[in-house]
Design a protein around this ligand. Structure first.
Ligand code: FPP
Length: 226
């Protein structure tokens, strides 16, 4: 969800206003995803690198998350959305952690769509943590190093119960992954759009899905996957 800062600068507003304007497209994207039958939607809301931003911007982002959860949780509960969070949640301010825990608890029985918020998330941290956990298991004699397989590693990631993404959408014009789901995106289709996140609407979401529908996925094989 990139481009909040530039959207605000174009209007002479603060970056905080840009993030506030970024909350509505979150609602729009979730609604559009549900309508299209998407079962998993993962939003990169705060990266490990984002901790380096000014303190009041960081605080503002977590207050925004808190507000979003307070105002949207009843709707999430009613509309079949299961909320999940990935990342180093221990680094989050207590008020944000509590709001997340409560929203996750209230939506845990829902099955239509899983909305995952990546918060204090970074792929390198996730992979390092997984490597360390497996190294400790090997050192304790509970894991044979020969049993370290891609599947076993995947089980150690924060995304253990999520499928690998089919489609990754990045708004804001940059064409890079920025430490997002590096392992999980091995065969993901990428869609980059110059649209800034606060301007990202239902039509944009549908355009991304239409582009995805036209892709041929071969997973390294000679013929497309069935
Ligand atoms: C990147 O834009 C965006 C973020 C670091 C924050 C994303 C947060 C939201 C969209 C707020 C709403 C989220 C929820 C879950 C309620 P940027 O600031 O890097 O933009 P720039 O590249 O134009 O400077």
């Amino acid at each position: 969800m990139d481009g909040n800062g530039r959207w605000a600068a174009q209007r002479g507003l603060t970056r905080g206003h840009g993030h506030q304007a970024g909350a509505e497209p979150v609602r729009v994207a979730l609604r559009a995803a549900r309508k299209a039958g998407v079962r998993f939607l993962t939003l990169y809301a705060f990266s490990t690198e984002n901790w380096g931003r000014p303190q009041d911007e960081v605080r503002g982002l977590f207050e925004l998350l808190w507000q979003y959860l307070k105002s949207e949780t009843p709707e999430l509960v009613a509309s079949g959305v299961r909320l999940k969070a990935i990342g180093d949640l221990s680094a989050l301010p207590e008020f944000a952690r509590q709001a997340l825990a409560s929203a996750q608890e209230m939506t845990k029985a829902n099955e239509d769509i899983t909305l995952t918020l990546a918060l204090s998330y970074g792929s390198r941290a996730e992979l390092t943590r997984a490597a360390r956990a497996m190294a400790e298991e090997v050192a304790n004699g509970r894991l044979d190093s020969a049993d370290i397989t891609p599947e076993r590693l995947s089980e150690e990631l924060w995304t253990a119960d999520l499928p690998d993404p089919d489609l990754l959408i990045r708004t804001g014009g940059d064409m890079r992954l920025s430490n997002f789901l590096l392992w999980q995106c091995a065969y993901t289709e990428f869609y980059f759009t110059p649209t800034l996140w606060p301007d990202f609407g239902e039509d944009d979401f549908q355009a991304a899905l239409a582009a995805y529908a036209g892709r041929e996925r071969r997973y390294g094989l000679a013929d497309p996957a069935p």
